[in-house]
Design a protein around this ligand. Sequence first.
Ligand code: BGC
Ligand code: NOJ
Length: 803
Amino acid sequence: MRYGYFDDGAREYVITRPDTPLPWINYLGNQGFFSLISNTCGGYAFYRDAKLRRITRFRYNNVPHDDGGRCFYICDGDVTWSPAFLPAKTPLDTYRCRHGLGYTVFEGEKQGVKAELTVMVPMGAACELQKLTLTNISDEKKQLTVYGAVEWCLWNAVDDSTNFQRNWNIGEVEIEGSTVYHKTEYRERRDHYAFYSVNAPVAGFDTDRDTFLGRFRGWSDPQAVEQRISYNSKASGWAPIAALRLDVSLAPGESRSFLYRLGYVETPREEKFSAPGVIHKTRAHALLSAYDTVEQYDKALNELKAYWTGLLGRFTVKSSEEKLDRMVNIWNQYQCMVTFNMSRSASYYESGMGRGMGFRDSCQDLLGFVHLIPERARERIIDIASIQFPDGSTYHQYQPLDKRGNADVGSGFNDDPLWLVACTTAYIRETGDFTILDELTPFNNEKGTEAPLLEHLRRSVNYTVTHRGPHGLPLIGRADWNDCLNLNCFSNTPGESFQTCSNFESGKAESVFIAGMFVKYGKEYAELVDRLGLRDEAKTVLAAVEEVETAARTAGWDGEWFRRAYDAFERPIGSKENDEGQIFIEPQGFCVLAGIGGREYGVKALASAQKHLGNDYGLEVLHPCYTAYRDYLGEISSYPPGYKENGSVFCHNNPWVTLAYCTLGDGNGAFDLYTRNAPAYIEDKSDIHRTEPYCYSQTIAGRDAQNYGEAKNSWLTGTAAWSFVAVSQGILGIRPDYDGLRVHPCLPDSMDGFTASRIFRGVRYGITVRRGEKKGLVVDGKPAVGDLVPLSAGPVCTVTVTI
Ligand code: BGC
Ligand code: NOJ
């Protein structure tokens, strides 16, 4: 069953009823100011950091799930309704929500009034704009009372939801005409404030939430709205809001637009006040006058649309597979931007208060983003490398505002360092910019420790070389990619972190997955330094790679598949010797794509993965699921069977297997797996899948779960980047390389070819792939060698591949 449809021409997903199984959200903003917005206009806004600069309030775990956000009420006679259905909950005559790229439109109609509400964050400005257009489609005059309201968060989202003894005393606002300024803590150490404003004279306002809502009421039925009045309340402590009331009269056929602006402003410390205690508002006024008219708004929306047209135009495909095209051309790339911006910080499932930016997460997100805006990827690589320690290990996370490593979680996730190699080589292959390697980058953000980025990569590689266990495999540390396989701590205390409790440091537990990573990225590093003329270093690294490869082929091989790990007592994990958790997906994907054991092991490993892990939605993490908690395995066994790391389809690692199929030249295998969980392909199952059909979710419950097929944790997952890599570089086979673009498709029998357009190092490559007798590559009319399209002088280059 579906709840809407894709409109590819407009690059929108159109939701046709408000009662989607879960809130279906969109992200607004590309840099700086960000908003989340659901299909009923819920969500929240923040500036740069979802924990430390939260602008509007959101209650996770609330009932109903999606209450609050942007609250619009249209009062028409006795009826009160909201254009996006919530919060008023009045059934609408018509409802549509169109999620587009960086904007969302709601179209609601009720008893002769049509409302169109378009919400966006304009390029380069720290504000969210909401354009509300009301049209009288009846043949009578309409006298409407219209409210627009937001609830302020007192900036630090953690403090806001915990420290009430203080917070219920500190809320402060200023009111100036049709603008409410939120200035809590501005009197003391904050140099920033927010505002909510409408571009028309208000008939009244409220800034104290409980006055506006009234006792025993919520956002669905505020007392002020019921009475069609405002109390002109001035918040002092408690919960400050901004609720703006307009009186609107509309003749039959008449249409009027109002522009609401939710803005964020930083002031230099010496210019904070215009009079004692009064905000200096020049910057707010400038923002308001930049977006004061419908023309200015429409221009900003057009700019945003043009921006996305430009970005997505960097990689487009046209094939016989409409759904593949839709994912590649629109939604997968869009999600790559969102994950690049957010890492795992802020969604409807990630509270934005905890994890900040993940080291491994951000490195991997970059793989799907680097072709879009390489300059931002470059900056990010330096930020990430700056939280590395001198010994090559890294902090696991950092907070985007201060970019400092998060000491609560610390380091010890032994896959982390190698992801830095992965993203840096991807960046250089995309851009040809070797100068990034010279960039002086500190360790642990400490002044005076700066070393060229290349030195960071070197230490990453050396970290694995020098941290190997009894079988010669890399030591796993607290965990590798699978955060929940915790082999070096034995937690039996409720509530303790499985990852950071340190009560048992075996120094022995090993990871076959990291072995796969090391073979792949160790080779990539060796190739890189070889290109820099550091031949001896390349040789030394390759020798270590060979040792690890051998260890993975012997101690890491179980006969029919790759083992997962060795535990603290040197016992294999992910082996037929185990009673549960006999086979895991991660090493099948990574060891095969790294080429360990060649074709023979590869074919066997993937066949075993299909046989034991395969379900309708992809490959599960492991099989059989753990049925009871085992302290020597950690969090993985804490989940009921079929959920999360204990046997769901953890979508992130499925594309590794897709790529592994491509390594083996198995196009049918690759495509089959790709389509099992690519959102557009499972849109028809939206009632089972439940999360948005236009973006990937982290997990899909496995066969052992009660709700088999139900997805959770949509949006912020490494699945976005890896799926894009798998489909664009694996299946379509368009791969950036140091000396040019490689085109090496791995298509299923059902596809005869495709055309693609790819901007690479400033040149537009027009690529045609087709089946035919005379195999090979033709570049600008001339036959070329192998699969390499040499760098072209541009501006366009025509490539034909016959397969
Ligand atoms: C989740 C993992 C996550 C980890 C660290 C666990 O509870 O299952 O997916 O990586 O927490 O935040
Ligand atoms: C989600 C985390 O963000 C990611 O870093 C990790 O690899 C996966 N969970 C698997 O545990």
